[in-house]
Design a protein around this ligand. Structure first.
Ligand SMILES: NC(=O)c1ccc[n+]([C@@H]2O[C@H](COP(=O)([O-])OP(=O)(O)OC[C@H]3O[C@@H](n4cnc5c(N)ncnc54)[C@H](OP(=O)(O)O)[C@@H]3O)[C@@H](O)[C@H]2O)c1
Length: 345
């Protein structure tokens, strides 16, 4: 089988390195380009990436030369973007215009009306918008996005609860430092501490879920009719976002019914290489999920849910997942696999 050529934009960063990890032995994609800022361009990848994940870097990737984030320098059919959002705003459309598919991880286009915001287990049919986007913009390529790393962790458990008529969602996040990128949070600020503010995060979290869990009517997205209220906090955890969630639903299901709906959840996908065996792992242990113990479930793609119990109104639970895998690179790669399966690559 001829593999699809894949490039990574922002390849040297926290998410970029997870892309390299997810693509290095991929059965469908062949990593052909790594791109980063002009500080890194021209260097070998092994010299440009400032820090390393624990996993070993294959020799052929270590020796690749980093190129600039420029469609003329990137040899690919699809690019995975892990750029800072300002840079992504101009770079991503340029790649789509040049005929490439763009699977973006950044916030720049998530809420734009003709851009799908995808979680394959929740809204695979939203890829129908790609045709609309290409016609409207005159692009040969196209742009798709995956959600914010906090959004995906609570959208997955909410999906099987949609049948109960979700009315309100409240959540408090405990977000890992890797979520802010390598330069993100100074160690002097976070060690032994909690920072009760993450710029722009609550706004993203409060808007994205309705688009994802809403409908695509063939021309536009129609938001799901519930409200989200979020309080986001940075905690001294390396990887893994934990969230306390309170949900009220029109049909007022019991915690046992909620648990059963999550356990029975069948996303209807099959045969995508990055798809975990179960998207949701419902845990019975009273003190789980925990990031250190549970973030690598399903190779980092499973969201763990525990402590499903009655709230003052509705039901409350804890969910947790790997923010740079399920919340970032793994999410984009899963989206790309869906696009390929549906004949869009
Ligand atoms: N970390 C997460 O959990 C997470 C989750 C979801 C989404 N995201 C989003 O993913 C994106 C990347 O996040 P990150 O955490 O990986 O950030 P990061 O560690 O700071 O990495 C940023 C990457 O972008 C490159 N870059 C920076 N400025 C550039 C410029 N002017 N032109 C071209 N390339 C440039 C950097 O290259 P150099 O090494 O050459 O500087 C590096 O490869 C952000 O938009 C973030 O919001 C992150």
């Amino acid at each position: 089988m001829v593999k699809i050529k894949a490039g990574v934009l922002g390849a040297t960063g926290a998410v970029g390195q997870r892309f390299i990890e997810g693509l290095k032995n991929h059965p469908w994609f062949d990593l052909t380009s790594v791109a980063a800022s002009e500080r890194s361009a021209g260097k070998k990848y092994k010299d440009a990436a400032k820090w390393r994940l624990e996993s070993e870097l294959p020799a052929d990737i270590a020796e690749m030369t980093v190129v600039n984030v420029d469609p003329k320098e990137v040899d690919a059919d699809i690019v995975f973007s892990a750029l800072p959002s300002d840079e992504a705003k101009t770079a991503e459309p340029a790649f789509a215009q040049a005929g490439m598919a763009v699977a973006s991880n950044t916030s720049s286009y998530r809420m734009v009306a003709d851009v799908p915001l995808l979680i394959p287990e929740c809204n695979a049919d939203h890829i129908g918008m790609i045709k609309v986007q290409q016609e409207k913009r005159g692009w040969e390529g196209y742009l798709t996005t995956n959600p914010n790393c906090t959004t995906v962790m609570f959208c997955l458990p909410l999906k099987p609860l949609m049948k109960f008529g979700i009315e309100t969602v409240h959540l408090a996040s405990m977000q890992a430092v890797s979520g802010a990128g390598y330069e993100g949070v100074p160690s002097m600020a976070i060690l032994g501490n909690v920072i009760p503010y993450i710029g722009g995060e609550e706004e993203k979290v409060e808007m994205e879920a309705q688009k994802i869990l809403g409908k695509f009517d063939g021309e536009k997205f129609v938001d799901a009719p519930f409200t989200v209220s979020a309080s986001c906090h940075r905690v001294p955890v390396m990887d893994g976002h934990t969230e306390a969630v309170w949900v009220t639903m029109r049909e007022n299901p019991t915690p046992a019914e909620v648990k059963k709906a999550m356990r029975d959840f069948d996303a209807g996908l099959k045969g995508l290489p990055t798809e975990p065996e179960v998207p949701l792992a419902v845990m019975e242990e009273i003190d789980r999920p925990q990031p250190r113990l549970d973030r690598n479930k399903g190779r980092g793609m499973t969201v763990s849910v525990g402590r499903i119990r009655p709230g003052v109104t509705g039901v409350k639970f804890i969910c947790m997942g790997h923010n740079t895998v399920r919340g970032a690179a793994g999410a984009s790669i899963l989206n790309a696999e869906l696009l390929h399966k549906k004949g869009l690559l």
